[in-house]
Design a binder for this molecule. Structure first.
Ligand SMILES: [Ca+2]
Ligand SMILES: [Ca+2]
Ligand SMILES: [Ca+2]
Length: 253
């Protein structure tokens, strides 16, 4: 902590630090973690996805409403966290809703909205009314996250606060939160077991080629195969003369 203060604010003496300066530095820090997160998503797009173990339970918060300007937030209600990540195996996600003026009782409605993640498949939808009693500052909902055995990209859905009478989403940047479901399944890769030339004698009946699935075996995978001649020269085998052409499909369960 001392190193951090010295590096960012040039002093470690707490009473010499202006609260505003500290706040700015901390906001920058959270920007950095947002950038890191984007990089992670970018890595995913380029195939360098952060690996999580199968069955791993992970729930992360990436962006908090307190980091956005007060005038951009809704005056009465808002989410505490604006972006969660959960692993597919996490079972459920608990989401915190804030009541900013707890001096009167009031109500707000909350619902999930599909993006790439689809309710009933990737998670279970929620649509309910939250009644805040006088003095009640926060409330929670739980969203069920569904696990499966099939690889998919990471997928998002949203949770939004809305007016139960008008059915319209509340204004402000803190009335919608994003949930990213992180896939934990590894379908693996299909390859030939023997990467070198396979030699077979001319008097043998058949040549067995072994195909392998490695680095994961989640879900069902199919692959097509087909023999083809290398070229038409005298030194290469010709289909129908030297061997019987074959093709088909393999299914790895
Ligand atoms: Ca899906
Ligand atoms: Ca899974
Ligand atoms: Ca999956």
């Amino acid at each position: 902590m001392k190193d951090f203060l010295q590096q960012t604010l040039g002093t470690t003496e707490i009473d010499r630090i202006q609260l505003e300066d500290l706040k700015k530095v901390l906001d920058q820090e959270s920007n950095i973690s947002r950038i890191k997160y984007r990089r992670q998503v970018g890595n995913f797009l380029t195939g360098k996805k952060k690996e999580i173990a199968k069955g791993e339970i992970l729930r992360q918060e990436h962006a908090h409403a307190e980091n956005i300007e007060e005038e951009e937030r809704h005056p009465d209600f808002g989410f505490h966290c604006l972006h969660y990540s959960v692993s597919e195996a996490s079972g459920h996600l608990k989401i915190k809703i804030m009541n900013k003026n707890p001096d009167t009782a009031k109500r707000v409605a909350i619902r999930t909205i599909d993006a790439e993640a689809i309710a009933g498949d990737d998670y279970e939808s929620v649509d309910k009314i939250l009644d805040f009693a006088v003095g009640q500052k926060e409330e929670y909902i739980e969203v069920k996250i569904n696990d499966d055995n099939t690889w998919e990209p990471d997928e998002d859905f949203f949770v939004q606060l809305y007016d139960a009478n008008s059915n319209i989403e509340l204004g402000g940047k803190d009335t919608r939160t994003r949930v990213t479901i992180i896939d934990d399944d590894k379908p693996g890769q299909i390859c030939f077991a023997d990467s070198k030339n396979i030699k077979v004698l001319g008097n043998e009946e058949e040549c067995v080629v072994k195909i392998q699935r490695k680095n994961g075996a989640d879900g069902t995978v199919t692959v097509e195969y087909e023999t083809f001649d290398l070229d038409q020269t005298a030194h290469t085998a010709s289909a129908g003369i030297d061997y019987k052409p074959t093709k088909g499909m393999l299914t790895f369960l």
